[in-house]
Write a protein that binds this ligand. Sequence first.
Ligand code: IMP
Length: 181
Amino acid sequence: MPQSFDLFFASSNFNKFQEAKKILGGFGINLGFFQCKMEEIQSNSLKEIAKNKAMQAFHKCKKPLIVEDDGLFIDSLNGFPGPYSSYVFKTIGNKGILNLVKQNRKAKFVSIISFYDKKNNESFESKVKGFISKKIMGRGWGYDPIFIPANSKKVFAQLNKNQISHRFKALKKFSNWYLPK
Ligand code: IMP
């Protein structure tokens, strides 16, 4: 029998979905995967990008859904790669980032969760501050092997990040709004 889901997560990134499913499962929300590729509008605002993606996905999925847009913002690079994090990861990767970052290693991960169900378009933002490591550590997806959250010596790839990540914090805000009071 087909499973029925409370809500869909529209993305082409299965790693993000797996984390989101685990996190929202903890809040009692059963999340389904709507695998889809969305156009990314050119904008410096993650919120505008996420909102636009949520509307595009709803057009195809026709069910209440969330999309997530993230960015890694590095202080010494004036916030680069920020909204271009996905492209930069695909092109220069973690090695390329390590070559660019020298003394000041401060950085933050930002997540926007955007919900759309035709009536409501709500966005929830959270961030995690930290540092870029000096070398690639552990195994993980995306920038997890080079991002050290504040007050830690380990990178996301070596930690149980689902309780501290930008994604966890934004999804927690979302579920506080979404779940009946
Ligand atoms: P977008 O949100 O798909 O536009 O891309 C943001 C990019 O940042 C992703 O493609 C990943 O490379 C990276 N990223 C976002 N969140 C995480 C995370 O939790 N761990 C590691 N990399 C991440």
